[in-house]
Ligand binder design. Sequence first.
Ligand code: CMC
Length: 426
Amino acid sequence: MTDRTSSITTHNGKTSELPVLSGTHGPDVIDVRGLYKDTGNFTYDPGYATTASCKSAITFIDGDEGVLLYRGYPIEQLAEHSTYLEVCHLLMYGELPNKQEGQEFNEIIKQHTMVHENIRDFINGFRYDAHPMAMLVGTIGALSSFYHDSLDITNPKHREISAQRLIAKMPTIASYCYNHSRGLPFMYPDNNLSYVENFTRLMFAVPAEEFEPNPVAVKALELIMILHADHEQNASTSTVRLAGSSGANPFASIAAGVASLWGPAHGGANEACVNMLDAIVNSGETIEKTIARAKDKNDPFRLMGFGHRVYKNFDPRAKIIQKMCHDLLSELGGDTPMFNLARELEEATLADEYFIERKLYPNVDFYSGIIFRALDIPMNMFTVMFAMSRTVGWISHWMEMHEDPEGRIGRPRQIYTGAAKRDYPT
Ligand code: CMC
C-alpha cells in the first residue's frame, strides 16, 4: 500500500483526493470510498469490470499475459506437481502442506466424507428427473439444517470445520445427485481411496460388483479439479462473498455460489458447449455457418466455451487442458463426430479475424466439457463437477472475508431510472 493519491475533479466542480492502493501484482487501484462524501457522486460500473470489491491474498490473474497464480504458485507448476488436496490446503491455509501436514489434512477430509443419513432421504425427495445442479443447490443449502455445531461464523474453528466438511462431502453429495437422477444406489465413500478415486467410485460403482478406479480418468479429473479450484473474484465467488457478507452461514453462502455457477455464461458453459456441439452435429450445420451465426449481431447465438472476461491473450488453464484433451481423445477414441467438430471449430476460430480481433479463444470449459464427454461423465453432471472443484475456492474466499478487518456487508448503489416522484391518483 502507498501514500499516493489521485485527485479527481467531477463535473460539478468538486474535488476528491483519493488514495491509490497497490497490491503485490496488478494495476494500481483508486480507492473511491471517499468520492461520494467529497463530491456527491457515485461510480457506475455494471459487471464490475473495473472495480476491485475486496483485497485478497488467494489468487492472482493477469488476463493480458495469461497468468494464473494460486497463493503465488503458477497454475502450470501446480498442475504438474500437485494433487487436488494439496491445492485445497494451499488455497485454504496459504501454504502447500509439508508431508505431515498433507497426511493430517487428508485424514481430516476423510473423517468428513460421509453425510448424515437423512441427507440421502432428502436427495431421494427430489423428482426423478431433477437436474443434478438443482439438487446440488438445494442440498448444499440444506446442510445448514444438519451441521448446527459448526455454524458460529464468528468462531474461526467453526469456520474451518465447515470448510473441511464442505470439501469432504461435496463428492458424496455430487454423486448422490447423479445416482438419484439415474435410479442407482447411493454408495458409501471408501476412505482407502484418494479424493478423486473415491469420487469416481461414488459415481460409477454398484454394490454388487468390485470397482477399480480407472487411472486415465482419475488423472484427467485430478487435473481438471486443480485447474478449476479457484479463479479470484468471478461471479460465483463474488456471490459467495456477497451472501456471506450479511453473516449468512457457510452452507447457505456456498449454495448461493452454486446457483451463480449454474448459468451458461459461467460454470454452465461446459454443458452448454457440448450441447452446442451435439446440436451442430445433429443438424448437419457446417462450421462456416456456425461461425457466421456467432458473428451475426442479430442472432443471439454465441460460441459456448469461447471468450473470457479477464483473459484477453489466452486462458492458461485452457492451454494446460488442451494438451490433455488432445492426448485423451487420441487414447480413448469415442464420440468421433462431436470430437472432430470440436477440433475443427477450435482451428477455424483461431484463424478467424472476428475472434482474433476480440481476443476470443477457447476457454477452459470448452476442453473440460469435451474431456468429461470422453470419460463418459453425463452432460448434466458437468457443472456439478465444476462446483465440486470450486468449493475450496469459494470457502477460502468466505474464510478470508471473515478475517478481513475492512469487511462490510456488500451493498452496491444504482442509477435510478424509474418514474420521478409522483402522487397516488385519488
Ligand atoms: N461467441 C461470439 N462472440 C462473442 C463471444 C462468443 N462466445 N464472446 C464474446 N463475443 C463477442 C461479443 O459479441 C462482443 O462483440 P462486440 O465487441 O462486437 O460487441 C465481444 O466479443 C466482447 O464480448 P462481451 O460479451 O462484452 O465480453 P464479456 O467479457 O462481457 O463476456 C463471456 C465474457 C465469457 C461471458 C463471453 O465471452 C461469453 O458469453 N462466452 C461464452 C460462454 C462461456 O464460454 N463462458 C465460460 C467462461 S470461462 C469459465 C468461467 O469463468 O466460468
